[in-house]
Ligand binder design. Structure first.
Ligand code: AR6
Length: 179
């Protein structure tokens, strides 16, 4: 696939990810899947407590979700079909870039395993977890390009749905400079 075709699969937009009409949205979760703040809380508020309940059932089985891993639940009242919960690094814990790359890659891989066509990401780790927004933009976009370049996948559309002007600006700038 050409670089142009890969770039055409990526969309950068400003908005509320809970309103995204894609196959899966990604939740910036913690290792306990306690969706108590940030985009995680917004997802449960909009999608329903069933999302928290299904997350609790996963934690009851596996104990905790290690940083960089991803799991999937149904989306209940959300317009998307699934929620992929991934755990990004807390800024300062060490090896953050690698861990953020892994979280994004594993989210894409899970969507691929479910044969999904479209997926939307928030700026994972760059809110409560304190990861610098400009580096977050670079890692998320680079990881999507790497995945789409290397894997023959069902995924046709990767959306980065950014909540605030500043974060949107960093994503837009990094993406534009790659074109
Ligand atoms: N749509 C899109 N992006 C959003 C929305 C939304 N509705 N709401 C917030 N954001 P954060 P983290 C943006 O803090 O840094 C939670 O308590 C937000 O502006 O949600 O990975 C979890 O349970 C920021 O740009 O995630 C964890 O404990 C981005 O989403 C912890 O926070 C990520 O911010 C995870 O922290």
């Amino acid at each position: 696939m050409s670089t142009k075709e890969i770039f055409q699969k990526i969309t950068i937009k400003k908005g509320d990810i809970t309103k995204e009409n894609v196959d899966a949205i990604v939740n910036a979760a913690n290792s306990h899947l306690h969706h108590g703040g940030g985009v995680a809380l917004a997802i449960v508020k909009a999608g329903g407590q069933e999302i928290q309940k299904e997350s609790d059932e996963i934690i009851n089985k596996i104990g905790f979700l290690p940083t960089g891993n991803a799991v999937i639940t149904n989306a209940y009242c959300l317009p998307c079909k699934f929620v992929i919960h991934t755990v990004g690094p807390i800024y300062g814990e060490g090896n953050e870039d690698e861990k953020l790359h892994k979280a994004i890659y594993n989210s894409l891989y899970l969507a691929h395993l479910y044969n999904l066509k479209s997926i939307a990401f928030p700026a994972v780790s760059s809110g409560i977890f304190g990861f610098p927004k400009d580096r977050c933009a670079k890692i998320l976009i680079d990881t999507a390009i790497e995945f789409l370049s290397n894997i023959k996948t069902s995924i046709e559309k990767v959306v980065f749905c950014l909540f605030d002007d500043e974060t949107y600006g960093y994503f837009e700038e990094y993406y534009k400079n790659l074109l």
